[in-house]
Design a protein around this ligand. Structure first.
Ligand SMILES: [Zn+2]
Length: 771
């Protein structure tokens, strides 16, 4: 590498690709459903790439190196898997002679086909974004078979900055194929991945790309597959190798989502890469001494959060930047992570109280903040007006009367240890068995049923004022009645009302609780074309009135089978909202816990005997480094127990968890002390069972036997196999039979077909046990 274009003074680590109006979602779904053909698809995608780059230019990210080329069709990890041709054997027929896949092949990896399961999906670090897990065994092909970033660079008309998942993080995030020998670790394929990166880099250099960004968040987390020393050794090897390549653009290695640590910084500092990105929001600001090894490098300082939507304290950020600048004169201002985790534009959210709205910064506002900071760093007096205005806004937030409310604080302060404890499990089981009288291997679903077009239409019509509340409620009740009837016909044992009244399992509660704001268009990509609209938790939380009782009691009135009351737990409400950053999480969690506790009491009073409190996100917020985990589990589990701790002995409390890697939190699941836990397990072929068994977990457990993320209908035998596995590994009396998760994203045909099989599988396995 010879002469380098200096790294831009201001940039962002990444930008949302879903589009301000979810254009990418629409294009993908239209293509998948056959509404548009391949050439229309390609054209729409190029348009979106071009528009996106132009938009960044309009926001004054005008040098090509400041513009991330990170437009991925489905997922950043999947894109790299396809570029490496690292295609699992079962999809071999999709691979072209040159080792590459076309977009249809790429989508097939993501979505599965016939009896070929999709790649597993897992949360990306501690975010609510899901990536597709590469399957990297010893024999999977790996080489540079395609370079989709180059197409972006071309569409942009200039050499923007390609963003790739770095080689170490890629392999750390992969799982071994089943044919891998014992003790094999995907990291053993590092040399092959590095050879492919060498090829990518020389292609970039040839295309005139000045800077390439390699994301290595794998270096900020403790992993379970390799000790830190091994991870750092891999990083050293990777960047020694890539750094020394003669024919490459300048390298910017970014370490978002946490603290790179002294050891991680040292490893990267000793290589010949040009720039290192630090997450200074989730990670600590290093001392001058700790920064010294980086003094020759460009430090890309992530001081503007890519994870939350609060305006940055600009003055505080400037002080941090100056401190770093004293030791590392080549400093650049950036976001802590890609902005893919925040919506596009806060200024259009006119339904949010303008005072609260003034506290918010979405992606476009964050780009402005980054620029103000860069300007302030080079010329302090040039941003006085911006700093004064920023300080004024932050003061209105700190002093707002609903940010801190005396009665809410008094309630959380009065919580005692006893409030978080129910009667011993043995006592509860006996009381619940007597009350509910369920068969062996009881069947149930996780809560939601398919959201029909009629329901969506009714909701839209209600929002626009075309139908009144009474009419809307009638529609919902009719849907509930249909869903209850269907479940009775199918022969399920514990029923649900189907959640037709909920647009989203968090927003539904956020809309009814004090302390939240909700957005009209604040969409954030969750996976592929799926988006969520996180609510904004800005003030102290309380429950002005019951939230779910009317729907649950109506549903219960239609059947003699038990109807589950359905709530979202405190941790999940927090994880899937943008949570205030001015209070400890424990306080916020307990406020939510108390609100849900009151709801549970009201459900019980209305005759509901089974209540599910969903905590799918409990795993997601687990700190990336060992050090913070105990404290986290303490407050998160504590808030769940506060929510459920007032339930009667005979009330059966369920919880539901999804997304893999549960092995690490089995302990915590146990501490939740729910009577029954349903958990995603089918994609991973029940590989949670050994951990559950080893742990001696003895309460009810429903490991999912239907992967609801794909429209594929599993055969009866597949469902039976999974169930038999569960029954074999656990005490049959503790096993529940259910899908992996809610059915909201599925359609009715596959739902009915699969649930029929599920009930049949339970029946047959029940007979096998009883025989
Ligand atoms: Zn779920």
């Amino acid at each position: 590498m010879s002469e380098t274009t200096p790294f831009p003074a201001a940039t962002i680590a990444g930008y949302p690709r879903i589009g301000a109006n979810r254009e990418l979602k629409r294009t993908l779904e239209h293509y998948w459903s056959g509404k548009i053909d391949r050439s229309e698809f390609d054209k729409e995608v190029s348009d979106q790439i071009a528009k996106r780059i132009n938009h960044l230019k309009e926001l004054d990210l005008d040098s090509p190196a400041s513009q991330p080329a990170d437009f991925f069709l489905y997922d950043q990890v999947l894109t790299l898997t396809c570029a490496l041709g690292a295609v699992p054997q079962r999809f071999g027929n999709l691979v072209r002679p040159d080792g590459s896949l076309d977009v249809d092949g790429e989508f097939t990896l993501a979505r599965g086909i016939d009896d070929k399961a999709a790649l597993e999906m897992t949360k990306w670090f501690d975010t609510n974004y899901h990536y597709l897990v590469p399957e990297i065994g010893p024999y999977v092909p790996i080489s540079a078979v395609a370079n989709p970033w180059l197409e972006q660079v071309k569409v942009a008309g200039e050499a923007a900055r390609p963003v790739l998942v770095g080689p170490v993080t890629y392999l750390l995030g992969a799982k071994p194929t089943p044919d891998s020998p014992a003790h094999y670790n995907p990291l053993q394929r590092l040399d092959d991945v590095l050879a492919a990166f060498e090829a990518f880099l020389s292609q970039f250099a040839k295309a005139g790309v000045a800077w390439v960004q390699l994301d290595e968040p794998g270096l900020v987390r403790d992993t379970w597959s390799a000790p830190r020393a091994e991870v750092l050794a891999a990083a050293k090897k990777a960047y020694d190798f890539l750094g020394k390549l003669p024919n490459r653009p300048a390298l910017f290695v970014n370490a978002p989502y946490g603290d790179l640590g002294i050891d991680g910084r040292k490893v990267l500092a000793d290589t010949s890469i040009e720039a290192i990105g630090l997450d200074l929001v989730s990670g600590a600001v290093p001392s001058s001494e700790d920064l010294a090894p980086l003094s020759e490098k460009t430090v890309v300082a992530g001081v503007v959060s890519g994870r939350n939507i609060w305006r940055t304290d600009l003055d505080g950020a400037l002080q941090t930047l100056r401190k770093i600048q004293e030791v590392c004169p080549k400093i650049s201002v950036s976001t802590s992570t890609s902005l893919q985790h925040v919506p596009h534009d806060a200024t259009i959210e006119t339904s949010i109280d303008p005072v609260v709205r003034s506290w918010l910064a979405f992606a476009d506002q964050k780009i402005e903040e980054v620029q103000v900071l860069a300007k302030g760093l080079s010329n302090p007096s040039s941003v006085n007006a911006e700093l004064t205005e920023n300080a004024r806004i932050l003061a209105t937030r700190a002093n707002h009367p609903e940010v801190k409310r005396a009665e809410v604080r008094a309630a959380t302060a009065a919580v005692t240890a006893a409030d978080r404890n129910r009667a011993p499990y043995a006592e509860r089981v006996a009381a619940q068995e007597a009350l509910l009288n369920l068969p062996l291997l009881p069947t149930t679903t996780i809560g939601s049923f398919p959201q029909t077009t009629e329901i969506r239409k009714a909701r839209a019509a209600f929002r626009k004022g075309e139908i009144n509340e009474a009419q809307y409620d009638e529609e919902i009740k009719a849907e509930i009645a249909r869903v209850v009837k269907l479940q009775e016909d199918l022969g399920l044992d514990v029923l649900v009302h189907g959640e037709a009244e909920r647009n989203d399992m968090v927003q539904f509660f956020a809309e009814q609780l004090d302390g939240f704001a909700t957005t009209e268009n604040g969409w954030v990509q969750s996976y592929g074309s799926r988006c969520t609209r996180p609510s904004i938790l800005w003030g102290d939380v309380s429950r002005p009135r019951p939230m779910t009782v009317e729907w649950s009691t109506y549903a219960q009135s239609l059947t003699s089978k038990p109807m589950k009351g359905m709530l979202t737990g405190p941790v999940t409400i927090m994880a899937w909202s943008f949570v205030r950053d001015d209070e400890p999480k424990k306080e916020v969690a307990d406020q939510l816990g108390l609100a849900l506790r009151a709801e549970i009491a009201d459900l019980e009073a209305a005759g509901i005997k089974v209540i599910q409190v969903d905590e799918p996100a409990i795993r997601e917020l687990l700190p990336l480094r060992e050090a913070g985990r105990e404290e986290y589990l303490d407050w998160s589990v504590g808030s769940f127990r506060l929510a459920t701790g007032g339930a009667k002995t005979e009330t059966q409390i369920h919880t539901h968890l999804c997304y893999s890697e549960f092995n690490v939190v089995v302990d915590a699941i146990d501490h939740l002390d729910a009577d029954v836990t349903s958990i995603e397990a089918s994609r991973s072929k029940m590989d949670i069972l050994p951990a559950v068994h080893e742990h001696g977990f003895e309460r009810g457990l429903g490991p999912g036997i239907w992967d609801i993320h794909s429209p594929r209908v599993p055969k009866l035998d597949e469902e039976k196999d999974l169930l038999e596995k569960a029954v074999g590994a656990l005490n049959p009396r503790q096993v529940w039979v259910n899908p992996d998760c809610g059915l909201k994203t599925r359609a009715y045909p596959e739902t009915v077909a699969t649930l029929k099989n599920l009930v049949e599988a339970a029946k047959e396995v029940r007979q096998e046990i009883e025989a």
